[in-house]
Write a protein that binds this ligand. Structure first.
Ligand code: HEC
Ligand code: HEC
Length: 385
């Protein structure tokens, strides 16, 4: 047994965070268009349901100009419209079942290969910083949660959807609202069902005793029968009709979240001594080799501009889209493709790499400084001559 830890909360808060990242789909009062009307993206679709607002003389901005502020009203922003609130506000509990719809494992498998595998790996294996979505049979895997990694050959706990998550509704809504990462909210309900079916399949799960095999057609009624193997593995008990109340009661006692007394809430230096929000109870000294308790960040590579750093960034990040055909990105090593890219002049290429264009996320999703990012672009081009 372990406490409801940050991970489960994070899963839920990510959905909110993802949602906060973009504005409402259709703000009937002030959104004028779903395409950019000026700037480098002119004529292209505004991503992620974002909106542009009119300013003056056909100019637009992604920020709403608040004329109330000039009248001495609000000093920031404006009251969100009901549509915006609706688009941001998602509270996902087992009582928030998905809408009607259906999809098969085999459709999900195809969708997965085209939209998810580049980050989450073949069959949900995960990799290079992206979470695994499956690690073999969920019913066996759940036993791994009690693993204590007390020797260098012992396996730690396997925490993936099938082995760890207490509720399946989180998966459905997570995918619907937050995935695929570069284009959240782009999947239809049926596509989400298909992907969920596929993820159940790679976790080797059953519904109502039936194996979720390749031709399994998952619909809402079947979805509601999913029993997650680890549903009772949390303290407080978060499953069942009292789940939400239990959770509230637990987190309403500040002592359970690191405060010293049950009265005082705490915002800094809260955790002195041992906190009650432990994950799996294990001492750092039990690990071999011992876990470091030093809190310094690793020293930054001083040669951030050097070829090595560029190569490392390319391998870790850019290669997942630029490494092979099929992602719509110019493939590194393909001379003709890169000649076409560079023919518009390097200024434009750097600009696009920094600001993003079509399927290319700004800076490839990194937070590199412009000069370092340019070095990665140069590295990619040097491999494509
Ligand atoms: C560009 C990379 C990328 C793509 C493509 C992508 N994801 Fe993700 N996914 C992520 C990242 C990053 C996270 C972790 C987010 C976090 O923890 O903040 C994640 C998390 C998840 C999780 C939660 C896993 C966990 O255990 O916490 C699920 C489920 C998921 N993605 C499903 C999908 C599905 C289904 C698709 C395809 C429709 C997809 N993802 C496409 C990057 C991606
Ligand atoms: C999620 C997938 C993805 C990732 C990750 C990614 N790219 Fe791209 N990139 C694309 C796509 C798709 C295009 C093609 C866009 C177009 O032509 O409209 C592209 C195009 C480019 C271009 C050409 C721009 C132009 O002017 O035609 C450069 C340069 C580039 N990427 C650099 C990078 C670098 C550097 C990284 C890593 C830091 C990176 N990309 C990571 C998808 C990606």
């Amino acid at each position: 047994m372990f406490k409801l830890d940050r991970k489960s909360l994070v899963s839920i808060s990510i959905i909110t965070a993802v949602l906060v990242g973009f504005t409402a789909q259709a703000d009937t009062t002030s959104a004028t268009s779903k395409t950019y009307t000026s700037g480098p993206n002119k004529g292209k679709l505004v991503i992620d349901g974002g909106v542009t607002y009119p300013v003056k003389n056909n100019k637009t901005s992604s920020y709403y100009v608040n004329s109330d502020a000039q009248k001495g009203g609000y000093s920031y922003g404006r009251t969100p419209t009901p549509t915006e609130l609706e688009a941001w506000s998602r509270s996902v509990t087992p009582k928030t079942p998905p809408p009607e719809g259906h999809g098969t494992v085999s459709d999900g498998s195809e969708l997965y290969d085209s939209k998810c595998a580049m980050c989450h790996g073949d069959f949900g294996s995960g990799g290079s910083g992206y979470p695994s979505l499956a690690k073999g049979n969920a019913y066996d895997g759940v036993k791994s949660l009690k693993n204590q990694r007390t020797s260098d050959t012992a396996d730690g706990p396997n925490r993936v959807f099938g082995t760890y998550w207490p509720q399946a509704s989180t998966l459905w809504w997570y995918i619907k609202e937050g995935m695929p990462h570069p284009a959240p909210k782009s999947l239809t309900d049926d596509q989400v069902y298909a992907l969920v079916a596929y993820i159940l399949n790679i976790n080797e799960m059953k519904i109502d005793g039936e194996v979720v095999g390749d031709s399994y057609d998952l619909d809402r009624a079947k979805f509601l029968k999913i029993v997650m193997p680890n549903k009772d593995g949390f303290v407080p008990k978060i499953d069942g009709p009292k789940g939400l109340d239990n959770t509230r009661a637990f987190f309403n006692n500040p002592k359970n979240i690191g405060a010293k007394t049950s009265k005082a809430r705490c915002m800094n230096n809260c955790i002195k001594g041992e906190t009650k929000v432990t994950r799996i109870k294990i001492e750092t000294k039990d690990f071999l080799p011992p876990l470091s308790i030093v809190r310094d960040l690793p020293v930054k590579d001083k040669n951030a501009n050097s070829g090595n750093a560029a190569k490392a960034t390319y391998d870790a990040t850019c290669s997942m889209c630029h490494g092979a055909d099929g992602m719509g990105a110019p493939v590194v090593g393909n001379k003709a493709a890169w000649e076409k890219v560079t023919s518009k002049g390097m200024d434009a290429v750097y600009h696009n790499a920094i600001n993003g264009i079509n399927g290319m996320p700004p800076k490839g999703g990194t937070d590199l400084a412009d000069t370092d990012l340019k070095a990665v672009v140069d590295y990619m081009i040097s491999l494509s001559k």
